[in-house]
Design a protein around this ligand. Structure first.
Ligand code: NAG
Ligand code: NAG
Ligand code: NAG
Ligand code: NAG
Ligand code: NAG
Ligand code: NAG
Ligand code: NAG
Ligand code: NAG
Ligand code: NAG
Ligand code: NAG
Ligand code: NAG
Ligand code: NAG
Length: 734
């Protein structure tokens, strides 16, 4: 059965400075329309907030999309989320919107120092309209993490949070929802008051509020210390300031995600630290990001070092702050607001030396000031250490863990997910790696790149201490890097004959439930190598059962982006296979008119993979912006090597291979250029029908694959989706 179309018009971007703003504290606002979601970003010198209003469209699946208002604050990863339903009981009849008013267009900031708290009460207010009478069904006040547990998990509501929410009359005609956090200090408040109309009423009945159709003044606020945002001019390098005028919407978003203490991963769901996201973004944005004291680059590196695990040298994946931190502490019978830090990933450790080596290579003067910073201001466990100490512990971890494979090149000695975890790299949904434990990206790209970088860092004075442990790192790490670079790929490489690939493709057509267009089977013969389709497993199952998981994917881009292989035979085969996978249209390959999909099981011949890697799976046949950027930049870096006559790799002079790489580069860029309005969002999907062909569809609007509880909603803006600020088509390779 085909899905009905979901229309998405992303665009309608208006960027403005609120007119009634105070001169010394200008408001920076941005409205991003992503129907059924309307996003409003608001920042001034007192508060940063993102508001998202959801109003179902006639085409929306009403089981998944309901009327909802979210306000999210980066400070404390805080937020509030309220769900509404039409009082007439007919889903789809309630429309809600934020409207311009004398309060704001549509929002203005709240800054109130009058309260009893030491911390000012800050937030946003404006006017919301309901086209029909409505009931507020659920209000979750406090942490975005509690809100996500509800919207993404199996609708979890925590009694300790929900029961503390007070619903009271406010100022005679209004209603106020408020909740004192578990810290006993912070209160999140939402008030709604009939706006300029004495005839509409709010009824409060046993904790439930209902509203007549009309306009309401709403205000959402909290008294929690705010972060210090970096203005666009501070996030971007001196040479990149022109981008502020050229790409105001994207630079404004980059600024919204950038603070002195850290960069945030995306809004509204991830307005907080994520190690992998910030480092990949920094690597791709490196040419335009500010450097030096107080810069965006140092905010990224500093945030990572600050949050490292001092015991084992792991880099933190995600921090738990604000009310959710107190909530988790309480679950462990601890009464404390101390932040928590999680270390489930295995890929994140390796990005750090790569980023540090690139940064310090360009800014050697910053080695000492940055590494001498005393840790502990965010992660109190790290008190008494410097960021340099933590970086050294992390490098030791990598040196310790990579030794075994250098000594003996076996599957057992490859990097695998942590014992207790089902995820471990960027495809971090339950089925993102098809239950594989030994991922391609970590083994074939991240580990060797990190080792080369540790070798370089070991040669830079002041990075690591001089001692008996580090004395031979420069040489040992480089040697080991080469082993990991050259010897891992063969564990993942596999091939099938073109005939076999064609029959598997046919099987995919029979079994998948969302695509019935052309197979493009002819491209298998044209874009392969001597009758063989060569590819690289997304992951190896496990060391006990080392099957290669035959899913086409884009993680090959990590290798092209991070390594310049000098093993010509291997590089020629690898880069040709990678290019051919991009060139072949879906389902024979990865290219669709809405982007290259990050995974495709069509040539696997395996039912389980076909059933799980769908167009509604978070890491299925869907498009991730930053993966497009990574692949584009990776291919470009390899093509650039061909311009250096003395060191050009062999593939540059193989017409078939060089031609394929250039073709892949241009196909990819043609697709990127066709979808510019989507590039800043996190991830998107598509539907297909015989009449209309491919149509872009928001991931959150598609029903989830079997066994997954809720569709995953995409963030309208994601830090690593802003990397096209620095990744651009190089027309030399047209
Ligand atoms: C109506 O909306 C509610 C809340 O979003 C949802 O649980 C229910 O399944 C919807 N009903 C239909 C018929 O879609
Ligand atoms: C609301 O105000 C903003 C900013 O002035 C403007 O861009 C937008 O078009 C207005 N919306 C409506 C519906 O008038
Ligand atoms: C309460 O209502 C009165 C009269 O309607 C109004 O003047 C006043 O501004 C309101 N106060 C707040 C805090 O909304
Ligand atoms: C908040 O107050 C409660 C009740 O007095 C107390 O049990 C709890 O420990 C306090 N929480 C914190 C984080 O101080
Ligand atoms: C009031 O709400 C509570 C909890 O939602 C419910 O258990 C109770 O039955 C309700 N009382 C009435 C009179 O509706
Ligand atoms: C840090 O690493 C040690 C050793 O692996 C582990 O026991 C500890 O739980 C980690 N800390 C956190 C906060 O996860
Ligand atoms: C830091 O050092 C002080 C004084 O030496 C000591 O009391 C404290 O326990 C140390 N903290 C940590 C986290 O090691
Ligand atoms: C690395 O290995 C050495 C020697 O076994 C050990 O002393 C050290 O604690 C390890 N460090 C880390 C961070 O794994
Ligand atoms: C295809 O795979 C087989 C079996 O692993 C291997 O022997 C052969 O060399 C591969 N062919 C190519 C062209 O990679
Ligand atoms: C590289 O791929 C092209 C198709 O794009 C194919 O014609 C050529 O034979 C391949 N070359 C090698 C060396 O595999
Ligand atoms: C690989 O070579 C390209 C082109 O010269 C260069 O831009 C890139 O930085 C190199 N990458 C590494 C890891 O050395
Ligand atoms: C709407 O979503 C539900 C829940 O995921 C799903 O079962 C149903 O098939 C969807 N309806 C349509 C028309 O796609």
């Amino acid at each position: 059965m085909m899905l009905s179309y979901v229309t998405l018009l992303l665009g309608a971007v208006s960027l403005g400075y609120a007119s009634d703003s105070n001169e010394s504290c200008p408001a920076i606002t941005q409205h991003l329309s992503d129907p059924p979601y309307e996003n409003y970003f608001y920042s001034d010198c007192h508060v940063d907030a993102q508001s998202v209003i959801t109003s179902p469209l006639p085409s929306s699946n009403l089981t998944i999309i309901g009327p909802r208002l979210i306000v999210a604050w980066p400070a404390g990863n805080s937020g509030l989320c309220t769900f509404f339903k039409p009082q007439n009981g007919k889903n789809g009849t309630l429309g809600m919107e934020l409207v311009n008013s004398t309060l704001g267009e549509p929002l203005r900031g709240i800054y109130d120092t009058q309260g009893s708290s030491d911390v000012p009460n800050v937030g946003v207010e404006g006017v919301i309209s309901f086209n029909t009478s409505t009931e507020l069904t659920i209000a979750i006040l406090g942490s975005i993490r509690n809100i996500r547990d509800f919207t993404e998990g199996p609708s979890i509501l925590e009694p300790i949070i929900q029961d503390a929410t007070k619903v009271t009359k406010f100022n005679k005609t209004g209603v106020q929802f408020s909740r004192l956090w578990l810290d006993n200090i912070t209160t999140t408040t939402l008030t709604l008051i009939p706006w300029e109309n004495p005839d509409i009423e709010i009824e409060i009945n046993n904790g439930t509020a209902s509203f007549g159709a009309g306009f309401y003044h709403f205000s959402a606020s909290l008294n929690y210390p705010q972060l210090k945002q970096l203005a666009p001019g501070q996030v971007l390098d001196r040479d990149a300031q022109a981008l502020i005028k050229e790409k105001p919407s994207q630079t404004s978003s980059l600024s919204f995600f950038s603070y002195t203490e850290k960069l945030l991963a995306g809004g509204w769901r991830f307005l907080t630290y994520f190690g992998r996201d910030s480092m990949i973004s920094a690597l791709l944005l490196e040419p335009v990001l500010s450097t030096g004291n107080g810069s965006a680059m140092e905010a990224v590196i500093g945030a990572v070092l600050e949050r490292m695990n001092r015991t084992d040298g792991s880099v933190c994946h995600e921090e738990t702050i604000g009310d959710y931190a107190t909530f988790l502490n309480l679950k462990n019978n601890i009464s404390s607001t101390a932040a928590g830090f999680t270390y489930p990933m295995i890929d994140t450790d390796y990005f750090l030396p790569v980023l540090m080596a690139r940064y310090f290579d360009a800014s050697p003067k910053r080695i000492n000031p940055l590494l001498n910073v005393k840790a502990g201001s965010v992660d109190s466990e790290n008190k008494n250490l410097t960021w340099g100490d933590l970086s050294y512990i992390g490098a030791q971890k990598i040196m310790n863990m990579t030794k075994a494979f250098a000594d003996e090149e076996t599957v057992e000695n490859l990097m695998r997910l942590k014992e207790s975890e089902v995820v471990g790299q960027w495809r971090d949904s339950t089925y993102g790696l098809a239950n594989g434990r030994i991922p391609f990206d970590v083994n074939c790209a991240l580990v060797p790149a990190a080792l080369y970088s540790i070798s370089k860092l070991a040669e830079m004075p002041g990075v690591y201490p001089n001692n008996s442990i580090t004395q031979d790192w420069a040489a040992v790490a480089a040697e080991r890097a080469k082993i990991w670079e050259d010897k891992t790929l063969s564990f993942f490489q596999y091939n099938v004959t073109v005939d076999e690939a064609e029959s598997r493709l046919q099987e995919y057509m029979d079994k998948n439930t969302f695509y019935d267009g052309p197979t493009h089977a002819d491209t298998l013969a044209n874009y392969s190598s001597s009758g063989k389709v060569i590819d690289y497993a997304l992951a190896i199952n496990s060391s006990d059962s080392p099957e290669k998981i035959p899913i086409m994917h884009t993680d090959t881009a990590f290798r092209l982006f991070l390594l310049n292989s000098t093993n010509d035979d291997q590089l020629t085969t690898f880069i040709n296979a990678t290019a051919n996978t991009i060139i072949r249209p879906f389902p024979a390959g990865l290219a669709t008119p809405v982007g290259a999909v990050v995974a495709n099981p069509a040539l696997s011949g395996e039912n389980v993979l076909i059933a799980n890697f769908t167009n509604s799976a978070y890491h299925g046949t869907v498009v991730w912006s930053w993966q497009l950027a990574l692949m584009a930049k990776g291919l470009e870096r390899q093509l650039e090597r061909c311009t250096k006559p003395n060191s050009a790799p062999a593939f540059c002079s193989d017409k078939g291979v060089y031609g394929a790489v250039k073709k892949a580069y241009n196909i990819l860029w043609d697709i990127i250029d066709d979808n510019t309005s989507l590039l800043q969002s996190e991830v998107w999907s598509w539907t297909y029908s015989g009449n209309a062909g491919y149509k872009m569809a928001p991931l959150g609007a598609l029903p989830p694959p079997p066994g997954v509880s809720g569709g995953t909603e995409s963030n309208v803006r994601q830090l690593w989706s802003l990397t096209f600020l620095s990744v651009a088509r190089n027309t030399d390779y047209k």
